[in-house]
Design a protein around this ligand. Structure first.
Ligand SMILES: [Ca+2]
Ligand SMILES: [Ca+2]
Length: 292
């Protein structure tokens, strides 16, 4: 190799290295900016809480609401999903979970005064299963906040929502029984998506099973979904568990799921998530169709 070609090869390496450094700096600076934004969101409560009604498919009564927290779209987080993905990469998961839980409870109390049967209304709160398992997390903190706000733990349903695997079921059952003894109820969220398998149902014995939209949407046209949902409904009946079908947007899905005697439903066809606490409704034309 002559001098000029060895210089060229060295220069190539050097340029690649500079490019790599540039890429890393850019990535780190993006992370840093996003992290600062997350801190700002928590500090200044820059988060909207939406309440989506959960409706009894037979009577049309709203039994409760799921609290959904979303940051306003920003340059750093163009979508809610990108925001939650980022939170999951940081060491702020527990803190953020705690922040969301508190803000959901406070806002629900502020906004639900007009409800007729407020004392019977349930509030569904998403919670990361690992938060419950963390030894430094004390259930007493949530209880204390509920007491301050005048909420009975019996009105709170904890949705175990993260699509990550629960592996230590023995420990988890103990933690959940502690919560239940305080009055909380448990829902297994996104059933049919990710890791929430039938095994989870057997071990966690939830009071509610929330069927993921991947099982409920277009169910009238999909035999495999119908078989799976039928199986879960039968299991639920035998174990005295309530089923909530999520993602109901089409009247055909609503018709199929109420025909199969699914207890409750959630989705745009019954009520969109709103910044106010507004009861949902079975569409009028659907009610009429049922009578005819
Ligand atoms: Ca949920
Ligand atoms: Ca869900």
């Amino acid at each position: 190799m002559n001098h000029s070609s060895s210089f060229l090869s060295w220069a190539d390496h050097f340029i690649s290295y500079l490019k790599y450094l540039h890429y890393r700096l850019k990535k780190e600076s993006l992370y840093h900016k996003r992290f600062m934004m997350l801190q700002k969101i928590m500090r200044n409560q820059l988060l909207d809480t939406f309440f989506q009604p959960i409706v009894c498919l037979q009577s049309g009564t709203t039994i409760g609401y799921e609290a959904l927290n979303r940051p306003a779209p920003s340059k750093w987080f163009p979508s809610t999903e990108s925001f939650y993905d980022f939170v999951g990469q940081t060491d702020q998961v527990f803190l953020f979970d705690y922040f969301c839980r508190n803000i959901s409870l406070q806002r629900f109390m502020e906004l639900s005064e007009h409800l007729e049967a407020r004392e019977d209304t349930l509030l569904f709160i998403n919670i990361h299963p690992h938060v419950l398992l963390d030894s430094s997390y004390h259930s007493g903190e949530t209880l204390g906040l509920l007491q301050d706000l005048g909420i009975d733990p019996g009105n709170i349903v904890l949705e175990l929502t993260e699509r990550s695997a629960v592996t230590d079921f023995v420990q988890f059952e103990q933690v959940l029984s502690n919560y239940r003894s305080q009055g909380f109820r448990i829902a297994v969220d996104d059933m049919g998506a990710g890791y929430n398998s039938l095994k989870t149902l057997v071990h966690l014995k939830p009071e509610f099973i929330k069927l993921d939209k991947s099982l409920t949407q277009n169910i009238d046209q999909n035999n495999a979904q119908q078989q799976m949902v039928t199986l879960i409904i039968e299991f639920a009946k035998k174990t005295m568990t309530h089923v909530i079908a999520e993602g109901i947007e089409r009247v055909e899905d609503l018709a199929y799921l109420s025909y199969k005697e699914v207890d409750f439903g959630q989705g745009y066809a019954l009520g969109k998530p709103k910044k106010e606490v507004m009861p949902g409704k079975i569409p009028d034309f659907f009610q009429k169709r049922k009578i005819l």
